[in-house]
Structures are given as C-alpha cells and as structure tokens.
Design a protein around this ligand. Structure first.
Ligand code: ZN
Length: 264
C-alpha cells in the first residue's frame, strides 16, 4: 500500500524535496511528481511489465535517495493493475520452504521494493510472484509528514517491519472506517474503502515460526489491503463508487451521496 499523505504533495516545494534532504525522500516519492519517474520507469512498461530495473537505474535511484552502493543490485519492478498476477489468488507457501534461499530472497526483495517505492505494505503478487507473502511497515518518519488531524482520525501509529507468510485474517469487532487509500500497483490514484478497524492476522514469520498480529486503525487497514492482494483483489474492486480520483484531486469534495470519511 502506498504511503498515504492527504496533503503531502502540497506541503513542500518538490524541487527541494529528496534532492537536499534524505529525510524528505519518502515524502517526495510518495507524491509521484514526474521528476522521480525516469529513474524508476521502464521505458516501455506495457511490453515488459516485469522486467527488473537495470542496475544503472537502481544505482541512480540509490544515489537519489542517498542510499549508496548497497542498492546497486537489481530490484523487481512493481506490477501494475491489469497484470493477471494481481487478479488471481496466490498460492500458499510450503512451510518447509520458508527457510529456502528462494523464499528468503523473495522476502528480502519485497522489503527492499516496499522501502524504495516507498510504501507501507507490499504483497508478493505485486512483484509478479503468486505466493501468499505480505510485508508491511509504517515509520514515525512517514507519519510525520501527514497532518496531525489525519493521523488521529486514521489511528495511525508506527510499527516495525512485519513479514507474514500464509496470513489468515479475521475481523475482531464490528467497527469499521472509511478512508482514502492507495496502492503501489495503481499509481497516482486514491479511492475511499471501508475497512474493519480491528483485525487479527495469524501466519508464519520469515523464520517459519507462527505469528499472530492484533491490529487496529491504520495498521489493520494495511493488513486488509495486503491480504486482499493475495486473493486477487485490488482496492478498486471494493472501493466506494464515485470516490476514485487522482492524488492531485484528493482534497476535492466527495460526490453527493457518498458516505462521510471516518469511523462508523
Ligand atoms: Zn496494494
């Protein structure tokens, strides 16, 4: 799921962001201002949707983000809406294979792609791999760029990196909330989605051990968004009709008859 900041693209002048301050890089990239595109875009994404980024592109991006040489290795590209892998159920990972080099590499790639994007969550199908693995993380730094009232309303709190293999999600209360959300596979758009406010997710960690996550608020939303990916569902498949819009139009009023944002 994309780092979502309702006003972030208007807070600071784009040219100073990312170029002068490593701290502001995630904010800058979350705005999808065209300046960031050449380093990340495949020249013809329609023809080669899953081609990995070239090492020179990543190297440029690494330089741009102040990440140094360690990010020069190629990274998988984020698959965009329309690719069949995003619309089909993903397969369970054999628990005996979690420790394998292959699965550990997929997890490591997912974490790097999520952080590079930057995003607060990613599911394996989003890098073209039809397996039930999700990663998520929200940082104090990402949150610091959002308006205080929005952070409060969304009940958004930082949490450490979570890797969940074969996640099973269930709601823990009847509380729900409506907010805009975005997706790294549906670049540049947002829509209102109703999500449970309290969920429990069980599964296996990257070490193969069972884990259980009790989440509420924004973390619960991220978990639901990522678990949906594993069932071939994008947020646009369950958005509130007539709320779909570009990031630039995020602050414009909702259409008449649309439900109000917030908890219900
Ligand atoms: Zn997504």
């Amino acid at each position: 799921m994309e780092v979502l900041h309702r006003f972030s693209f208007r807070l600071l002048p784009p040219v100073t962001l990312g170029l002068n301050s490593a701290k502001s890089a995630p904010l800058y990239l979350s705005t999808r201002i065209p300046l960031s595109r050449p380093a990340f875009s495949n020249p013809d994404p329609l023809l080669t949707p899953r081609m990995p980024l070239s090492s020179s592109a990543v190297s440029k991006a690494g330089w741009f983000l102040g990440l140094g040489d360690k990010n020069k290795m190629s990274l998988p590209e984020i698959v965009k809406a329309g690719d069949p892998v995003l619309h089909e159920p993903a397969r369970e990972v054999d628990p005996n294979e979690i420790g394998s080099e292959r699965i550990q590499k997929i997890i490591a790639d997912m974490v790097r792609v999520m952080r590079m994007a930057p995003g607060v969550g990613l599911a394996a199908p989003q890098i073209g791999i039809p397996l039930r693995i999700i990663v998520l993380e929200d940082t104090a730094e990402y949150i610091s760029y959002a308006p205080k009232e929005e952070i409060r309303a969304q009940d958004r709190r930082p949490f450490d990196l979570l890797v969940i293999v074969n996640p099973k999600l269930k709601k823990k209360s009847d509380r729900s909330a409506l907010f805009f959300e975005g997706c790294l596979s549906v670049d540049g758009f947002r829509a209102v989605v109703e999500r449970h406010l309290d969920v429990e997710v069980t599964g296996l960690g990257r070490d193969g051990q069972p884990i259980k996550v009790d989440a509420s608020g924004w973390q619960a939303r991220i978990l639901q968004h990522e678990c949906d990916h594993l069932d071939g569902t994008l947020y646009v498949d369950k958005m509130v009709p007539r709320t779909f819009r570009t990031v630039e139009n995020l602050d414009l009023p909702l259409a008449e008859g649309c439900p109000k944002l917030g908890a219900r």
